[in-house]
Design a protein around this ligand. Structure first.
Ligand code: NAP
Length: 448
């Protein structure tokens, strides 16, 4: 949950409404003035008297910067906090800014009861402050709330508005296992960069609970992503399934509108875009290992990219055949379905080997039992593991040791997430820019 930051003139009700909001939404309340006093070791009046306004503003910027790292707090900012652009940026990073637009006449009538260093000697100053700062508040605000009426009535309306924003922007990723997922970090980074009040969480959903989850999600979420093992099982639980996802028989993104669930598959685009970051799949001889949701997405992606030959191998030849039939119903592509015992044989001619099974994934019990097939791959071949956690799976370690080109599933994860965000937010995004920002965040996170 993002922070809720109250902004506005001194005396506009930031602390009073902030405390009430925190208590109503069961969030922690933070008064920036109190944090400043703690940092300075004296009252704000004393800071102004002894060191002047610049010193006070410097401490205030430090506090704003510290708060940019927090989540789920209700924050009362100071009346002049937004005077520095760096503070606006810091508070907006993880927060929704609510401007309490209180008429200066109402503030002036009550000012003698307040301890305000800038106003105590000259109550009329509030009008000058209003004139110089109101546009700044309006420009920075995500929500403008007039606070001139009876407090009780105003508060009810305010909570309704805040809750509406919060509720309408909740997303999650469901799967089993799920604790390894980097999706919350990716999506929350995107929401932060775009300045969108939204939150994205992990949700561990067992297969037996998938139906109950989707029923409740229709009323509590704006959308969710679907990962192993639910990509296929989710289909009958959705109201509408996009044509490509239907063809694949696999959904990884669900958008919720008016309690109806719409399914999409952004894995295909994720893989296409990530392959473009290497040599691409055009004219290449591709082996796809696995026959689940990711495998069919990989088969569509490589067929779309006009791969020269696609061989789908799995322990379940029936599923491999089904994928072949589906691909050939749309694309005029040379697709072959084989049992996994033919892996070593097929490897001789491959340009790209894609692991579309969870073998080697953190939290998954099994790994490849033999890597002998890697020795048959031509030296130019790319071994692409769709698994991204751990970053270096045993498959990639073995392949690197043999001098083969390797790639893990992180790029695909980022691209499929960005495509999902375009659907969640119903807007076209600057994918190139966001990809860079997300990759930077992920690498910092890995180093942390
Ligand atoms: P899925 O639908 O459950 O399919 C898993 C596939 O792996 C099935 O074909 C399954 O065979 C096969 N498999 C499982 N254990 C096996 C074993 N011991 N030996 C041989 N085959 C085995 O899962 P998914 O959604 O396709 O995901 C597969 C992997 O891709 C996961 O690790 C997932 O995290 C990753 N992935 C990554 C991205 C990304 O963005 N990087 C996107 C999608 C998926 P059976 O059908 O016979 O059980």
């Amino acid at each position: 949950m993002k922070n809720i930051v109250f902004i506005g003139l001194p005396g506009s009700g930031k602390s009073v409404l902030g405390k009430m909001t925190a208590s109503a939404l069961k969030m922690e309340f933070i008064d920036m003035d109190s944090l400043i006093e703690k940092k300075a070791g004296m009252t704000i009046s004393a800071v102004f008297e002894n060191f002047g306004e610049k010193y006070f503003r410097d401490i205030e910027s430090g506090v704003a910067s510290d708060l940019s790292l927090s989540f789920g707090k209700v924050i009362a900012s100071g009346g002049g906090t937004l005077l520095r652009e760096e503070n606006v940026k810091a508070l907006k990073k993880n927060g929704i800014l609510v401007f309490l637009d209180r008429n200066p006449n109402v503030i002036a009538a009550n000012i003698k009861h307040m301890k305000r260093p800038l106003l105590s000697n000259d109550p009329a100053k509030i009008f000058a402050l209003s004139q110089s700062r109101r546009n700044l508040y309006l420009d920075s605000a995500d929500l403008v709330f007039p606070n001139n009426g009876p407090l009780k009535e105003d508060f009810g309306k305010l909570i309704k508005k805040i809750s509406k924003i919060a509720e309408s922007r909740s997303f999650s990723v469901i799967g089993d296992p799920i604790s390894h997922s980097l999706s919350p970090l990716i999506h929350n980074t995107v929401f932060g960069v775009l300045n969108i009040f939204a939150n994205y969480r992990l949700c561990h959903v067992l297969s037996k609970n998938l139906k109950t989850f989707t029923q409740s999600a229709a009323y509590s979420l704006k959308g969710f992503n679907v990962t192993i093992p639910h990509k296929r099982d989710i289909l009958p639980l959705l109201d509408v399934v996009d044509e490509k996802a239907l063809l694949c028989g696999a959904v990884n993104t669900v958008v919720i509108k008016k309690s109806k669930l719409f399914g999409y598959n952004t894995d295909i685009l994720g893989l296409v875009n990530s392959l473009k970051n290497c040599e691409g799949a055009a004219q290449k001889n591709v082996i796809i290992f696995g026959t689940g949701g990711a495998a069919i997405g990989a088969a569509f992606a490589t067929a779309m990219e006009k791969a020269g030959k696609i061989t789908i191998l799995g322990r379940n030849i029936k599923s491999a055949d089904e994928i072949k039939t589906k691909i050939q119903s749309v694309y005029d592509a040379p697709v072959f379905a084989k049992d996994m015992q033919f892996l070593s044989e097929a490897a001789h001619e491959a340009d790209i080997f894609i692991n579309a099974t969870p073998l080697g994934m953190a939290g998954f019990a099994d790994d490849f039992t033999s890597f002998d097939f890697l020795k048959n791959l031509p030296k130019r071949a790319l071994v692409y593991d769709l698994v991204y956690n751990p970053a270096q799976t045993s498959l990639l370690k073995e392949a690197s040791a043999l001098g083969l080109n390797v790639k893990n599933g992180l790029d695909m994860l980022v691209y499929q997430a960005l495509a999902a965000d375009e659907l969640f937010l119903e807007t076209e995004l600057d994918i190139h820019f966001l990809y860079k920002v997300v990759k930077e965040t992920l690498s910092k996170n890995q180093n942390a």
